[in-house]
Design a protein around this ligand. Structure first.
Ligand SMILES: Cc1ncc(COP(=O)(O)O)c(C=O)c1O
Length: 386
């Protein structure tokens, strides 16, 4: 299917059929489609200067302004923001940052990164090595050394690995809500428990907020919703709502102080397009729209509609489980029901969801209307009934 245009929470294909985009494209179009304001901001920037690198002494006003903006929205007091162009680059950067910070702190032997089963962290070798979705690793090995994948929920198993590799662990990386693995919100107290374990075992905590960053859970970052502050936060996707490729890492106070405390420290890492002005212009315009239209404040409505609507399908026995928080939801399909068939049936009724193994997910633009949510859930219900 070839998509040619979009407006709000809908997209149109080449044949003129209109669909509700109940996945915000691929978990990212938080402000919805067709925002000429962002297109204009990018075009204006490109006419001034489309691109210029941010190596050695160089920076640009748009990257500086976006870094300030992201820093102010983040859970940290005095963070620093590193820019790249994708979530995968952000994850690899954060993994490197954690190892380098351990070395700066006098622990170069701390190189192990622990991730959780079901986790998705992108497709470069760092993120693939940390993947908890094993099918994504098939035939790509050997992987980055010292990356360990553990049970996603059982805190005692996490602690066992930290204890066994005590003194070797650089960081634990996790999505606050696991997304591509099937939308698994954290169990009560899980993230706080992880924070505590990391503190006790001297490991940094990395939140991969590539999906959850920029409003998805009703706060700018998921760390604010769950009241747990990691040492490093990755972001991408909704920082521009996908209008330009952009990602990054917010470096929290603990690691920033380590880096900046050493006048000789140099983080020998950066991408050609780090701080790309045209991408950063999209980020600034996107955040301005989110703030002006109060899109983060719409999330409780979206959460209630999905929770209730999908809950009704569960009560009727049409789905075996409902999972979600904020504006990220999933249903587990009963045994024998094909996710591909459900996806196709929903598409035929004008709704784009996402199918994962035995699962259908929703992650709509934050501009989605109550009616569009009802229609999306109705399409799922009809697919399951038939
Ligand atoms: C949590 C998480 N981390 C990293 C990535 C990788 O981002 P990208 O596809 O922009 O490289 C994704 C992409 O879906 C993601 O969901």
């Amino acid at each position: 299917m070839s998509i040619v245009s979009g407006d709000g929470a809908t997209v149109t294909d080449v044949l003129g059929s209109v669909y509700i985009d109940a996945m915000a494209s691929l978990w990212y179009a938080n402000v919805g489609h067709g925002r000429s304001e962002i297109a204009d901001a990018v075009a204006d920037q490109m006419k001034q200067i489309a691109g210029f690198h941010t190596f050695s002494t160089f920076t640009n006003p748009v990257a500086d302004a976006l870094a300030d903006n992201v820093a102010a929205l983040s859970p940290y007091e005095q963070p620093r923001v590193f820019f790249c162009s994708s979530g995968s680059e952000a994850v690899d950067t954060a993994m490197k940052m954690a190892r380098v910070a351990q070395a700066q702190a006098g622990h170069p032997e701390r190189t192990v990164v622990i991730s959780r089963e079901r986790g998705y962290h992108g497709v470069t070798y760092g993120g693939t090595s940390a993947s908890g979705i094993l099918v994504n690793q098939a035939a790509f090995g050997p992987f980055l050394g010292d990356v360990v994948n553990v049970d996603p929920d059982d805190m005692s198993k996490m602690e066992a690995v930290l204890a066994e590799r005590s003194g070797e662990v650089a960081a634990v990386i996790t999505e606050p809500v696991q997304g591509a693995g099937g939308v698994y919100p954290p169990q009560d107290g899980y993230l706080a428990g992880l924070r505590d374990l990391c503190d006790r075992y001297g490991a940094y905590l990395i939140f991969d907020e590539v999906i959850t960053g920029f409003g998805r859970l009703g706060t700018w970052f998921a760390s604010q919703r769950y009241g747990v502050t990691p040492d490093l936060t990755t972001f991408a996707k909704a920082v521009t709502s996908g209008y330009q490729p952009l990602g990054g890492v917010v470096v929290g106070d603990s690691i920033r102080e380590l880096y900046e405390g050493d006048p000789d420290f140099f983080f020998r890492h950066g991408f050609t397009y780090s701080g790309h002005p045209s991408a950063c212009a999209a980020g600034l315009a996107n955040i301005a729209i989110m703030e002006r239209e109060g899109l983060v404040e719409r999330v409780p409505m979206i959460e209630r509609k999905f929770k209730d609507g999908l809950g009704t399908l569960h009560d009727r026995g049409l789905v075996s489980e409902v999972r979600g928080d904020g504006a990220m939801w999933a249903v587990q399909l009963p045994t024998g029901v094909s996710e591909a068939t459900v996806f196709a049936s929903m598409l035929a009724s004008g709704v784009i969801a996402r199918s994962l193994p035995s699962t259908i997910t929703f992650c709509p633009p934050l501009v989605i209307t109550e009616d569009q949510i009802d229609t999306s859930i109705g399409a799922l219900a009809s697919a399951l009934e038939s």
